[in-house]
Design a protein around this ligand. Sequence first.
Ligand SMILES: Cc1cc2nc3c(=O)[nH]c(=O)nc-3n(C[C@H](O)[C@H](O)[C@H](O)COP(=O)(O)O)c2cc1C
Length: 183
Amino acid sequence: MKVVVGITGASGAIYGYRLLEELSKAGCEVSIILSDMGKQILRTECRKNEGDLQALGTLFSNDDLTAPIASGSQLFDAAVISPCSMKTLASIANGITSNLLTRVADVALKERRKLILVTRETPLSLIHIRNMLRVTRAGAVVMPASPGFYHDPKSLGDLVDHIVGKVLDQLGIKNELYRRWGS
Ligand SMILES: Cc1cc2nc3c(=O)[nH]c(=O)nc-3n(C[C@H](O)[C@H](O)[C@H](O)COP(=O)(O)O)c2cc1C
């Protein structure tokens, strides 16, 4: 399965990093795009840099609008932006494709491919909510980074893995990252 993963400058870079680890384990072909703020937050929150991601996929510059994945003719299966900032959400909701991340999201929507946005912000303004509505109507799946507590989490990792597991579920990738209700 070919997946594009974007990490933006919303808090929660760990949601992107853990997802990359799991996609790599699952044998997916992964393309990675980091926004400038995504790089900073990844460094601050996870103590990781671009070098640490190289083993998990192919890195593309967010400025490189000539990258193969910028075109609908490149048949990636899904794009996940995790975490997704309100700024990147706003760009996608309004069809603004000024960087590779937002262009890939736009391609996913126009080609009717899976687009998953792991949004992170609280509280939400009406603008944020309207943008979520717009992208949902256009076909994206908005998955706020709000872990559940019904799976008896024991650690921060368990909470992160609840969200990552739900993203993998959306991608159709079998996983046991969290205990499912009733099992
Ligand atoms: C420490 C820190 C945490 C942030 N957390 C969030 C957040 O959770 N959600 C959000 O939408 N923006 C957050 N921001 C602001 C974004 O980084 C900022 O809007 C940026 O322009 C997003 O750009 P990008 O989408 O290109 O990465 C945060 C910024 C900093 C410095």
